[in-house]
Design a protein. Sequence first.
Length: 92
Amino acid sequence: MAKGTVKFEVETCKGCELCIEACPQGSIELSPHLNKQGYHYAVLVKDNCTGCVNCALVCPDAVITVYREKKKGKTPVATISNVKQDITVTVS
Ligand code: SF4
Ligand code: SF4
């Protein structure tokens, strides 16, 4: 499963909770603290975000940015097939 994270523009959030409802992972809650506008703002409370972007799509104030981790590991650059004898491959 993909790994993601989200960042909220805390001072612009109005605490409408739409992102909380939209998150299939239950990753978001409202902070007990208030922003400068006097709203409890959304925060990421779990490390299980998949980067699905549901929250960003429903946010009426577009204050959520979603990040996805790039896949780890090496990408194959070549495939050797149909080998009938011993071979030596040197990668520089
Ligand atoms: S990107 Fe998806 S999983 Fe992550 S916080 Fe938003 S709704 Fe939840
Ligand atoms: S949907 Fe947007 S404005 Fe509403 S609580 Fe979430 S981040 Fe804040």
